[in-house]
Design a protein around this ligand. Structure first.
Ligand code: GTP
Ligand code: MG
Length: 417
């Protein structure tokens, strides 16, 4: 079907930082699960009539089973999320398609993307769509209707469509990256709602700017809002449509410097999300259209083949460079935000179950000590009785002796008379 498998051995990818950490923490939670279940078995054995633990103690420990289960469910589904924003037609959908190596999302001139489209790997390797809140699997072709502003069946702009795409066709999806496409920030007044719904759990934001013009106030305002709600968001800026510079080579360097300065200034001085030095590493000059075309050709997909403009290879390398820096950033950030909290929680659960077992252990020890004490007291009482008996016996003996002596005395007196 023309689908070429991507190289499966991506052990060098920075995304592996996340993939390995995820595997490790999932394995640890399997162990915590076993430990908690063992504790429950033990508690069952020591609860009941004459038992050391109360039914409440047992219930307390049993509650951890579902807690651990819930965390394991979340961990299994944990992913890295990147959201793309920018003005209409800057090329957000094209950038995502280029990263996915295929034309999956609708793109085109005019206002195209009409709602939020979230691309994620499908577990059973089939391609399908699902609107948020519904379980119905829709044909993947319908993305061009549901998500397209020009179609009658289009959804509301703040609604979400999940696009499931076979993991084996894309390295990003296989390694649990989820990509969110959005309508242009200039087509809606509801930016706050967007941020609350789709941005709060994003690990990385990509601002797709138009290198043919410059950063716009609407784009800046959007990220100002984002940075009031999220502390230190990770933001990349793609100056897209940089192929346009090929037709004006005499100003190329100056325009690039102008864009770069404004972007650095925006990230470091306006938003204060990073230092100027770090900001330089977050800004790229690319052509998503060329990158997508190059990749479609690599995969022998039928594409119209315009001649690429001068410098396309350099722009393509910069796109690849962006992807690598992005992968590094997103995987480190996701590990920090998603797993740090869970590993703390796992540690606490282990400690709390241990404490519950210790209470039972202490009760058992106390009961044993009480028994020993009871025996000691009994023993003392017995000794006292024994002592009394000895005394009494001795007194009796004396008394008898005296009686015998007195009888003997009387007898001898009688005899001598
Ligand atoms: P909306 O969904 O409407 O907000 O737009 P978008 O930001 O998703 O842009 P889209 O990817 O749909 O691209 C808009 C048009 O620009 C399409 O016709 C693309 O082919 C074209 N385009 C995208 N990237 C580039 C680029 O780097 N260079 C050139 N020359 N055209 C591009
Ligand atoms: Mg779009």
């Amino acid at each position: 079907n023309g689908a070429v498998r991507v190289n499966m051995s991506n052990v060098d990818s920075p995304l592996q930082i996340f993939v390995r950490a995820k595997k490790k923490i999932n394995d640890i939670f399997v162990e915590i699960d076993d430990y908690v279940k063992d504790a429950v078995t033990f508690m069952h054995a020591v609860t009941g009539e004459n038992g050391i633990a109360t039914p409440q103690d047992l219930a307390n420990v049993e509650a951890y089973v579902s807690k651990v289960q819930a965390i394991r469910e979340v961990l299994k589904r944990d992913h890295m999320k990147v959201a793309f924003f920018g003005r209409t037609s800057n090329g957000k959908s094209t950038v995502i398609n280029a990263m996915l190596h295929d034309k999956i999302l609708p793109s085109g001139i005019g206002h195209t993307t009409n709602c939020f489209l979230q691309v994620e790997g499908s577990d059973n390797d089939e391609a399908f769509l699902r609107t948020d809140g519904s379980e119905e699997k829709l044909n993947v072709q319908s993305v061009s209707q549901l998500g397209h502003a020009l179609c009658a069946s289009r959804l509301q702009e703040c609604s979400l469509v999940h696009v499931y795409w076979p993991r084996e066709l894309c390295a990003l999806l296989r390694d649990d990256v989820v990509l969110v496409d959005s309508p242009g920030v200039d087509v809606t007044p509801n930016l706050d709602e967007w941020i609350d719904k789709y941005c709060l759990d994003a690990d990385v934001f990509v601002l797709v700017a138009n290198a043919e013009s410059t950063l716009m106030v609407t784009e800046k305002n959007f990220f100002h809002k984002v940075s009031t709600k999220i502390s230190q968001p990770n933001i990349f800026i793609l100056n897209n449509r940089w192929d346009a510079s090929a037709s004006e080579p005499e100003y190329l360097d100056q325009v690039r410097t102008q864009h770069a300065n404004r972007c650095v200034d925006f990230l470091s001085r306006e938003l204060r999300v990073c230092s100027p030095k770090e900001a330089e590493e977050r800004i790229f000059f690319i052509s998503a259209k060329e990158a997508l075309l190059t990749r479609m050709r690599e995969r022998e997909k039928p594409v119209s083949s315009p001649i690429l403009a001068e410098g396309h290879q350099v722009r393509y390398f910069e796109f690849v460079d962006f992807e690598r820096k992005f992968e590094e950033c997103i995987s480190k950030s996701a590990v920090r935000t998603k797993f740090a909290q869970h590993s703390r929680r796992g540690k606490n659960i282990a400690a709390e179950v241990m404490a519950a077992l210790e209470v039972v252990y202490n009760t058992a020890t106390d009961q044993k000590a009480a028994k020993v004490e009871k025996q000691r007291v009994l023993h003392e009482q017995l000794s006292a009785i024994e002592d009394q008996l000895t005394t009494i016996t001795r007194q009796m003996k004396d008394k008898i002796n005296r009686m015998v002596e007195s009888v003997e005395h009387k007898v001898s007196l009688t005899l001598s008379q």
